[in-house]
Ligand binder design. Structure first.
Ligand code: NAD
Length: 260
């Protein structure tokens, strides 16, 4: 008996085997879930399709979250293949590289809107489109970062987008709570992924993290996957509107002392 036996859902955000979404996909599959996995564009399809097939995913579709028609087509396919949905994983973010460097003050209007659309609004768009398919007790999870709460160098507009994303989690949780549907964010510590490589100085930040976080080590996509598993399972039935930190305790630390 697996924790996810009989449960079906969608995972958006697998780019390759380093993706956080891939860690989540593996954990949910291990416990018996049936997965629908999406990708964006032909280049990523070449990487994502074999990964999705290795988990026996019955739905593998392209979905650019900036396109309403893609989101509608995805949900139509999900209705056809799965009927209803028990979980929806949103592990998507994007900002232009030049916005993730130097002072936040230099953020452009176009860069701000793009980061907000892909990284924050898309959660609401997906949940609205998935709403008729969501079973009571379904779980929606998005991915956030400490830069939503505190200033992190170079994270800039992505921190502002993550703050909007975390607020969206609370509002969506209030909307869907009466039907027993949970909406939460996992705020993960730094992990070397494709998206993270776009942030100036990420390598140094990643290295320093293991030296200062209470657990004195990095966190893995498997650990994020296991937390997502708990949030998707019935074990977390009263947990909603929350930000769950998987960061070895980093967010509880104050500013480093002068000696550090
Ligand atoms: P990743 O590059 O593996 O995943 C990012 C995904 O976003 C990719 O699959 C990409 O295809 C997708 N994406 C971008 N624009 C899209 C669009 N228009 N439509 C659909 N999909 C789109 O990197 P990751 O680090 O696994 O990122 C997953 C999530 O985790 C992101 O929200 C990221 O901000 C968050 N996160 C990452 C870290 C970290 O250190 N890596 C830490 C905390 C939170």
């Amino acid at each position: 008996m697996g924790l996810m036996d009989g449960k079906r859902g969608l995972i958006l955000g697998v780019a390759n085997e380093r993706s956080i979404a891939w860690g989540i996909a593996q954990a949910l599959h291990r416990e018996g879930a049936e997965l629908g996995i999406t990708y964006v564009g032909e280049t990523l399809e070449k990487r994502v399709r074999p990964l999705a097939e290795s988990l026996g995913a019955p739905l593998i579709e392209s979905c650019d979250v900036n396109r309403d028609e893609d989101i509608e087509a995805l949900m139509a396919k999900a209705a056809e293949v799965f009927g209803k949905l028990d979980f929806l994983i949103h592990a998507i973010a994007f900002a232009n590289k030049e916005e993730l460097s130097g002072p936040y003050l230099n953020t452009t209007r176009a860069g701000f809107l793009l980061a907000m659309e892909v990284s924050a609004y898309s959660l609401t768009a997906l949940v609205k489109a998935a709403d008729p398919l969501l079973n009571p007790g379904a779980s929606i999870i998005t991915l956030s970062y400490h830069g939503a709460q505190k200033v992190m160098s170079n994270y800039n507009v992505m921190g502002v987008a993550k703050a909007a994303l975390e607020a969206s989690v609370r509002y969506l949780a209030a909307d869907l709570g009466p039907r027993g549907i949970k909406v939460n964010a996992i705020s993960a510590g730094p992990i070397r992924t494709l998206a993270a490589s776009g942030i100036t100085g990420f390598r140094q930040l990643h290295k320093a993290f293991a030296e200062v976080s209470p657990m004195r080590r990095h966190i893995t996509i498997e650990e994020v996957g296991n937390t997502a598993l708990w949030l998707c399972s019935d074990l977390s039935s009263a947990v909603t509107g929350d930000i769950i930190y998987v960061d070895g305790g980093f967010h509880v630390m104050g500013a480093p002392s002068q000696e550090d």
